[in-house]
Design a protein around this ligand. Structure first.
Ligand code: CIZ
Length: 363
């Protein structure tokens, strides 16, 4: 499915008119509608969200709100898929702009994963290897993981899921984010050189010699987040020089050297919690998406909060949820017309749900 260009009626709307029309459509839909806003969405979208949070928390809230017929997910494609998988068949999930994908999720296609699995299991029996997929992955990848005895994870629970995986098998395959996988395995005491191996889906045989599988515990997939990949050690040094006592808090999608040099690392929910609980006068350099950093700075004016990257780094795909798209989706729903429905096929959804439920039973 591709996003059709919006009618001019929407693209030419002023900010004020867009807000007025979103407000009207939202109130006419009443309890039939729940709008979910991911932490990385811009403020002009977040102001309309009934709930905001990370992707899993939002999907779980949508499932609890079973009275809402329409779930409008202001986030990216894999998040809307997760919401569809976890909500009832009567609920309809809408992504306002179909072009809002996730480049990291796109780094692991189901074909690449099938090829990887077939290659590895020629050398390591499949029961000895447990796949783990980060929630930033397609429903098809989650389904594969569910079918093969593995679990999904988020950045909040990756450690517990990896610990669990290593009680179920001898090795874990972690995808698609190499950094979250490496950081988590490092936290558990594994050494990147001795214990981990990087599977490159764009190289024949993953770029790995078969003998190498045997000695390694953790197989990482060569995927990354381009936003979190921007943070580096120079920025950390510069922030520490500029403000003595500054705390550096980063997301675990950052590289291992950045996570090691930071004072704290954790998911968006962890970052929000740490800053919300900090005392007035605290200084923070935050290594995550700029919309969340700016919002935290606005909400805690008694603290000094800035992005670790002075050149700032918006997530370009999250940014595709422009208010014009939200207005268009809501006005269509208000007229009884569903646009941009995200619907995972029942077979894929059942297997993907297995990987999500397994995660929830572990944490
Ligand atoms: O699960 C999410 O929402 C993502 C992508 C990151 C996080 O840390 O919340």
């Amino acid at each position: 499915m591709f996003q059709q260009p919006l009618p001019n009626e929407y693209t030419e709307l002023s900010d004020e008119d867009t807000s007025e029309r979103i407000g009207k459509a939202k109130s006419s839909l009443g309890r039939d509608l729940v709008i979910l806003g991911h932490h990385y969405q811009r403020d002009e979208i977040i102001r309309w969200a009934d709930f905001r949070g990370d992707s899993l928390k939002l999907s779980q809230l949508a499932a609890k709100n079973c009275g809402a017929r329409y779930i409008v997910f202001c986030g990216v494609h894999f998040m809307a898929e997760t919401a569809d998988i976890l909500t009832s068949d009567q609920q309809i999930v809408v992504l306002p702009n179909l072009a809002a994908g996730c480049s990291m999720a796109d780094m692991a296609s189901i074909h690449q994963l099938n090829h990887c699995w077939q290659t590895i299991t020629r050398h390591v029996p499949s029961e000895k290897i447990v796949p783990i997929t980060y929630v930033n992955s397609s429903a098809e990848v989650k389904a594969f993981v569910g079918r093969n005895g593995g679990a999904c994870c988020t950045s909040s629970n990756a450690r517990k899921v990896l610990e669990w995986a290593l009680t179920q098998g001898e090795k874990a395959l972690f995808l698609p984010d190499q950094h979250l996988g490496r950081n988590t395995a490092f936290q558990l005491g594994f050494d990147p050189d001795r214990d981990m191996l990087l599977w490159d889906p764009n190289q024949p045989m993953g770029g790995i010699a078969p003998d190498d599988y045997l000695s390694k515990k953790i197989l990482l997939w060569k995927g990354h987040c381009s936003v979190h990949g921007r943070f580096n050690l120079h920025q950390i040094e510069a922030a520490r020089k500029l403000h003595s006592g500054i705390k550096i808090i980063v997301h675990p999608e950052c590289t291992l050297d950045v996570v090691k040099a930071a004072d704290m690392a954790g998911s968006t929910e962890f970052i929000v919690k740490q800053i919300s609980q900090a005392s007035a006068g605290s200084s923070w350099a935050v290594g995550t998406e700029i919309n969340l950093v700016n919002r935290l700075a606005q909400e805690h004016p008694d603290q000094h909060i800035a992005c670790l990257d002075p050149i700032i780094c918006p997530c370009s795909t999250m940014y595709r949820i422009h208010p014009h798209f939200l207005c268009w989706a809501l006005e269509n729903l208000a007229q009884g017309k569903v646009v941009n429905r995200i619907q995972v096929s029942p077979k894929i959804a059942d297997d993907a749900r297995l990987s999500l439920e397994r995660m929830l039973s572990i944490v």
